[in-house]
Design a protein around this ligand. Structure first.
Ligand code: UFG
Length: 334
């Protein structure tokens, strides 16, 4: 089976390519490298000893995308490509709406033209907004709090309409919780540009003295230690969830939605303390005011993905913290 992975050089995309190749799928990557590097493709090939066809193109470029579909008969698409920085999306909403929607619409048009009916879409737990209760189930109300999240929700809506109009379509929407960690080879990991927004990349910068101190946003939440609670999932577990989705997609038409999380909530302090322990480093930290738009707690009910996809995350936060650090160690000492 030949799978086109959009955004396949990115953090989650690259790990998913590895799992696809290890499971006997053939892979084509389309990526404009706007937030990733070309050598990621070489690393995917090194880990798997398999070849990846790579096209450096922008998904919004319909002609170039058509050329990709013309060359090979693509059986399924996993669509990761998109801008993903929450803060930037608030400052530059049009950039987010233009890019994330335009690229998806172009992809869907080309898929239709070439009769490619199978799609896995990379969505986010952000579509649940501020959940009324926990854990979060797939049928909870959807509401977003920033333009990035709104692009994800709008694409979910577009996909719902597409699946209604074209009964051949088979679509799975995966709503990710908080992916961290890295491939255990140390070859693939998260490489954000500039000052990171997310917790783990920020901790790593502090661990390697590239930033002086971790600001912990709020210690007065209604959580066990006052800091924010999230459902962190190892990126390799998350990648494996895509294999399960592909197995399902070929057996069923229509659209379905799955949370990919562990079901466990950990606080910021849990993550910092575990990181310090497993890597034997100290993280300089201080408590500061809450970050705008943050919620106290967010974790998945992973039951539906377990029952219907046979997906269960295996790795705990120790391994997530260890692998995340290992990636930077391996790539700093080179
Ligand atoms: N945090 C800090 N200090 C930091 C960064 C984060 O204390 O420097 C805290 C946050 O307040 C939060 C937790 O660490 O309590 C996790 O924050 P992240 O920024 O790592 O992740 P979020 O849960 O805010 O956001 C993530 C993804 C978004 C996605 C969202 C909901 O980054 O893309 O989950 O699914 F929209």
């Amino acid at each position: 089976m030949l799978v086109l992975v959009t955004g396949g050089a990115g953090f989650i995309g690259s790990h998913t390519c590895v799992e696809l190749l290890n499971n006997g799928y053939d892979v084509i990557v389309v990526d404009n490298l706007s937030n990733s590097k070309r050598d990621v493709i070489d690393k995917i090939e090194k880990i798997t000893s398999k070849k990846v066809k790579f096209y450096e193109i922008d998904l919004c470029d319909k002609e170039k995308l058509r050329d990709v579909f013309k060359k090979d008969r693509i059986d399924a698409v996993i669509h990761f490509a998109g801008y993903k920085a929450v803060g930037e999306s608030v400052k530059e909403p049009l950039k987010y709406y233009r890019n994330n929607l335009d690229s998806t619409l172009t992809l869907l048009e080309v898929m239709k033209e070439f009769s490619c009916h199978n799609l896995v879409f990379s969505s986010s737990a952000t579509v649940y907004g501020v959940p009324r209760k926990l854990p979060i189930k797939e049928d909870f109300p959807l509401k977003t709090t920033n333009p990035y999240g709104t692009t994800k929700l709008m694409i979910e809506e577009i996909l719902k309409d597409v699946s209604k109009a074209d009964l051949e379509m088979s679509i799975i929407v995966l709503r990710y919780f908080n992916p961290i960690g890295a491939h255990e080879s140390g070859l693939l990991g998260e490489d954000p540009n500039g000052i990171p927004n997310n917790l783990m990349p920020y901790i790593l910068k502090v661990a390697f003295n590239e930033l002086p101190v971790l600001n912990i946003f709020g210690n007065d939440y209604e959580t066990k230690d006052g800091t924010g609670v999230r459902d962190y999932i190892h990126v390799v577990d998350l990648a494996k969830g895509h294999i399960k989705a592909l197995e399902k997609i070929t057996t069923k038409k229509g659209i379905d939605y799955y949370n990919l999380g562990t079901g466990n909530g950990y606080s910021v302090l849990d993550i910092v303390n575990t990181f310090e322990k497993v890597n034997n480093v100290k993280i300089n930290k201080r408590f500061v005011a809450r970050r705008d738009g943050d919620i106290a707690s967010c974790y998945a009910d992973p039951t539906k993905a377990f029952k219907e996809l046979g997906f269960k995350a295996e790795f705990g936060i120790e391994k997530m913290c260890y692998d995340a650090y290992n990636y930077v160690v391996k790539n700093t000492s080179k």
